[in-house]
Design a protein around this ligand. Structure first.
Ligand code: DAH
Length: 352
């Protein structure tokens, strides 16, 4: 149908062409060109609107509505294409493989690593009896790892802990006596006792879980990288009775009610007296009903208090250190420590 000044048939054709060009448009510049062609000063919509004036009065409203509908539709199509191009460009930026965000994950939602599970259990339980969590650093100086823990140079106890020293050129010389020594990967979490006591005044009750390192040859029961949790309680009048009560709490938390434990005299440079704790349980598979060494502990040696400036005549305290791999192995009947570090889902899924 040809109207005076407006040819609706060619307008239809024009619109079909614009739709096709929009589909072909790959860049915003192409969409912009079309936008001008449709809505610009010389654009088809404006010309059609102008053409309305030359129509008989009674036809103007209906033709006007048609033009208006076309205008709205084209506006929407142009905006949609513009958005599509935005997302195409974003996908291009992400790289050659478009990411499918809606794709499902693995069947299993994932679980905490068995070592993390033990650590969380200890943290949660000790939180309930007023212990806070302290953290140290995995790279330490000899002073924190040994000297301050009453293990001076050439002390035979250092041999057992022979560990990973960093190259000599990492030694930082500074005014602080703590920083002029060699750096090493900490061989135990007992370093955190020192770090915490230097920062805080007694009374204090902390646990310090974390990663530790020793130059052990890796086999089924040794790993050069393992985890410990340290405990430290310092106040006035702390005794071995308090130590026993807290060990009782720890072991029941980890192994359930059906256990016995005993303190066996031992030696650690930083505790006096020192003990190994043995425990026995009916529920430990092949290790049931026999004494199993589970952790080390003792009363903080006055020399340690002297190193951190605590008054050893006023305060006393206990400390303990437990190996988390050891606990997990006993609890779950795992006979090879290497399983913890291999990321084998067949192993890890058993702890979900
Ligand atoms: N640091 C010791 C080790 O790695 C374990 C230990 C023993 C920690 C006695 C303590 C303690 O706090 O009192 O072998």
């Amino acid at each position: 149908m040809v109207q005076d000044g407006i040819d609706l048939a060619s307008l239809d054709k024009f619109i079909d062409d614009v739709k096709q060009e929009l589909i072909d448009a790959r860049h915003h510049s192409a969409v912009d060109r079309l936008r001008t062609k449709v809505f610009g000063n010389q654009g088809v919509i404006r010309l059609a609107m102008k053409g309305l004036a030359s129509l008989p009065l009674d036809e103007r409203p209906s033709v006007g509505r048609v033009i208006n509908d076309i205008k709205n539709e084209l506006e929407r199509l142009i905006a949609d294409r513009s958005e599509e191009i935005d997302s195409l460009e974003f996908t291009k930026k992400l790289g050659p493989e478009p990411i499918e965000f809606s794709i499902g994950g693995y069947d299993s939602p994932g679980t905490l690593h068995p070592i993390t599970q033990i650590q969380r259990k200890i943290e949660e339980a000790f939180g309930r009896i007023g212990f806070t969590e302290a953290r140290g650093t995995e790279i330490e100086t000899e002073w924190f790892c040994f000297d301050a823990l009453n293990t001076p140079k050439n002390h035979p106890a250092r041999d057992e802990m022979d560990t990973f020293f960093l190259p000599e050129d990492t030694v930082v010389s500074s005014a602080s006596k703590y920083l002029t020594e060699r750096y090493l990967l900490r061989s135990h979490t007992s370093t955190v006792q020192i770090r915490t006591m230097l920062k805080e005044k007694p009374p204090l009750k902390i646990i310090a879980p974390g990663r530790t390192f020793r130059r052990d040859t890796v086999d089924a029961t040794h790993s050069a990288n393992f985890h410990q949790c340290e405990g430290l309680y310092v106040a006035e009048g702390v005794t071995v009775c308090d130590l026993k009560a807290v060990l009782n709490f720890l072991l029941h938390t980890l192994f359930g009610d059906d256990i016995k434990f005993r303190l066996r005299p031992s030696f650690f440079p930083f505790t006096e007296p020192s003990f190994e704790v043995d425990m026995m349980s009916k529920n430990l598979g092949t290790l049931s009903n026999q004494w199993i060494e589970i952790l080390g502990c003792g009363m903080v040696d006055p020399e340690v208090f002297n190193a951190v400036g605590y008054d050893s005549t006023k305060f006393s305290g206990f400390a303990f250190g437990v190996g988390l791999e050891r606990v997990a192995m006993l609890l779950q009947g795992i006979d090879d420590v290497r399983m913890f570090y291999q990321n084998d889902l067949r192993f890890l899924n058993q702890f979900s």
